[in-house]
Design a protein around this ligand. Structure first.
Ligand code: BJW
Ligand code: ZN
Length: 257
């Protein structure tokens, strides 16, 4: 689906005149890096797996090895790809507006690798693991865990979830599963950025998973212009000020020179 030149012009003008921009991204932004989305028919993860088997705390309790292996495979995939032109355009935009916030539902770390300095991660990161009881957290490369804890790389290389050196419970991916609360600081920062921006971009998200899905409406209610960039219609499309039917890696570089 190709965006019209008129739509792109309109978005260029909105970006040029905005003083405060907040961007919400979803899995669609990483699709052109080769990372599957969740809900796209055929290619999305949920076309092959049931979310309740993999992305809930109950699923992890039931079959920790299965869930751990799924995330280990995805972590390897993420580390094997590179950010695309959409991620890079958003990193450029950060330095060009008075106030800019990037809020992502993605756990792949690709925004940071593209050069975005501040990223509000609503659903955590696949590059970190933490204790199921939340007593320690490890980040790849920068091991924040207490002395005696296994190195991040060794943790990630394991075929089965390693045990927390503190309490003996399993280590798990530091992501937000269905039924779990989002990190409080992240959702607070996202809501604040949403309510104070004058332009809000919703890019590559199906806007069906709450509470992230409420952000475009919250921006609209607070008086912002809300633009959606997505090759498909979403439940939010009809309420967007402008809904651009195109992909992140084509539209974003075209409007952020
Ligand atoms: C392109 C493109 C290209 C393709 N360019 N675009 C009933 C009613 C209402 C709410 C609920 C309910 N039952 C349960 C809930 C709450 C639940 C929820 O919202 N469920 C809905 C599905 C109904 N939410 C939660 O549970 C959240 N927690 C919560 O609410 O806590 C409070 C609470 C506590 C206790 C009890 C109840 C409530 C937590 C949600 C966590 C979501 N986690 C996941 C997994 C993260 C880890 C992992 O990666 O494995 O997050 S699920 C998955 O969906 C992932 C994503 O971040 C999230 C959003 O998906 P996203 O990014 O929008 O991707 P897709 O695939 O859906 O869409 C991709 C889009 O891209 C499409 O539109 C394409 O067209 C487009 N696209 N190519 C641009 N090139
Ligand atoms: Zn522990």
């Amino acid at each position: 689906m190709k965006p019209t030149p008129h739509d792109l012009d309109q978005l260029r003008r909105l970006i040029a005149s905005a003083r405060s921009i907040t961007v919400l991204t979803g899995a669609g932004v990483s699709a052109e890096s080769g990372i599957p989305t969740f809900r796209d028919a055929q290619t999305g993860y949920w076309a092959r797996f049931r979310p309740e088997d993999l992305a809930t705390p109950e699923a992890f309790r039931r079959d920790p090895d299965l869930v751990w292996r799924w995330y280990a495979e995805r972590r390897r995939a993420v580390l094997g790809v590179t950010p695309n032109a959409g991620h890079r355009a958003l990193a450029r935009l950060e330095g060009r507006v008075e106030r800019f916030s990037l809020v992502t539902q993605n756990v792949d770390g690709l925004h940071a690798r593209a050069g975005s300095r501040t990223v509000i991660e609503l659903h955590g990161s696949i590059l970190r693991v933490r204790c199921f009881k939340s007593c320690v957290s490890y980040t790849a490369g920068t091991d924040k865990a207490a002395t005696g804890a296994p190195e991040a790389e060794a943790v990630f290389a394991a075929d089965t979830p390693p045990r927390c050196p503190h309490c003996g419970d399993f280590l798990r991916p530091d992501v937000v599963w269905f039924g779990e609360s989002l990190p409080e600081d992240a959702i607070e920062a996202a809501v604040a950025a949403t309510e104070q921006c004058d332009l809000f971009l919703s890019v590559g998200t199906s806007t069906v998973v709450y509470p992230a899905a409420m952000l475009p409406d919250a921006a609209r209610d607070a008086g912002a212009t809300v633009v959606e960039i997505n090759p498909q219609e979403t439940p939010f499309s009809a309420r967007a000020s402008l809904s651009i039917r195109g992909t992140a890696a084509t539209v974003l570089p075209a409007v952020i020179e």
